[in-house]
Write a protein that binds this ligand. Structure first.
Ligand SMILES: [Zn+2]
Length: 96
């Protein structure tokens, strides 16, 4: 499938990974002034991950439902390990 903007075939899936880190700080009695850290930054176990979408790697267009209007298929699912699932739009309408 070609990109509707630049006609190239160069798709990528974009995901965002947020890493949470913490660092201990000694607030003392809560008096005014700068309070120092007592240890180094430490990674938390949980990493938050979010799929942003399918993007053209040539012109940076993010593919949306609007770009797929009038086509046979739409994006049903973007899975982190399984891949991108395209679904027949006609079947979708039939089931509604
Ligand atoms: Zn493009």
């Amino acid at each position: 499938m070609e990109c509707p903007d630049c006609s190239k075939v160069n798709w990528v899936v974009v995901r965002e990974k947020v890493e949470i880190q913490t660092r201990f700080v000694d607030l003392g009695t809560g008096s005014p002034g700068r309070k120092k850290y007592t240890k180094n930054w430490r990674k938390e176990e949980t990493k938050k991950e979010r799929i942003i979408g399918v993007r053209c790697n040539s012109c940076d267009l993010i593919l949306t439902d609007k770009h797929l209007e009038g086509r046979e298929v739409g994006i049903k699912e973007i899975h982190a390990t399984k891949g991108v699932l395209l679904e027949n739009q006609a079947m979708n309408k039939f089931l509604e």
